[in-house]
Design a protein around this ligand. Structure first.
Ligand SMILES: NC(=O)c1ccc[n+]([C@@H]2O[C@H](COP(=O)([O-])OP(=O)(O)OC[C@H]3O[C@@H](n4cnc5c(N)ncnc54)[C@H](OP(=O)(O)O)[C@@H]3O)[C@@H](O)[C@H]2O)c1
Length: 212
């Protein structure tokens, strides 16, 4: 497949791109500063700003078979990038009938009752932004979506083991969340599913195969 990644120069995208290319896919990596990425036969960095119109985003993702939303503003531009940027990219994918859409989001973003829990209670504005983006994808589209939610992303080697849909938040290593994102691409049992992930004890593929 030829796969578009919004936020293609980010920490998570780095590992997702590695995983997707290793599986034989090609990747178009979109961000505002594509010069930070090294182009190759399998990787095409492109300039893309989520402030753009739906029509302009369509031009950037045209020719792709699936779309990942791995972009984010680190709290600096939540409305335009994390929330409405995602909605516009979703709309662009729908217009072009690129049906597979995978969203990286924040754990419990769709469950405001949990937003006072330690570990999450300092990122409410971010959770609100993701609440609207995730809700849009879940309720207002015909896409084959998967939402993968994580809490604290840790820069450490991946254990290859996770727990899905935990009752309480907890960290996940960036290579682990990246492998989840890459693996769900063609797993039909993860279509139309919200999957919360933290580091745990079950091998990633085994955990994902249990998603019903
Ligand atoms: N940090 C956490 O603990 C945590 C937890 C759960 C979920 N998440 C989510 O995971 C996402 C990925 O994490 P990460 O650590 O890989 O993030 P990151 O390293 O900060 O990467 C963010 C990406 O978004 C791009 N971007 C930012 N603003 C943009 C815009 N207006 N238009 C287009 N691209 C834009 C950046 O590239 P340019 O600057 O070149 O545009 C970069 O490629 C986060 O954004 C967040 O939503 C994070």
């Amino acid at each position: 497949m030829n796969i578009f990644i919004a936020g293609g120069s980010g920490r998570v995208a780095h590992y997702v791109i590695e995983d997707l290319i290793a599986k034989g896919n090609t990747v178009v990596a979109g961000c505002r500063h594509p010069e930070t990425l090294k182009a190759s036969e399998s990787l095409k960095p492109v300039k893309m700003d989520l402030h753009a119109t739906v029509e302009d985003l369509e031009k950037v993702i045209a020719g792709c078979d699936a779309v990942y939303f791995l972009a984010g503003s680190r709290g600096k531009d939540l409305f335009q990038t994390d929330s409405f940027g995602a909605v516009k990219l979703i709309k662009a994918a729908e217009k072009l009938k690129i049906n597979r859409f995978i969203m990286l989001s924040s754990m419990f973003a769709l469950d405001p009752k949990k937003w006072n829990e330690p570990g999450i209670n300092t990122i409410t504005d971010y959770n609100i932004a993701k609440f609207f983006a995730d809700s849009w994808l879940e309720k207002n589209t015909t896409l084959d979506w998967t939402i993968v939610q994580a809490e604290l992303l840790r820069e450490e080697p991946g254990s290859g083991k996770i727990v899905l849909n935990p009752e309480h938040e907890g960290p996940v290593s960036i290579p682990n969340i990246a492998k989840v994102l890459a693996d769900v691409l063609d797993m039909k049992n993860t279509y139309h599913k919200l999957i919360m992930v933290k580091d745990g004890t079950t091998p990633i593929l085994e955990a994902l195969e249990q998603v019903k």
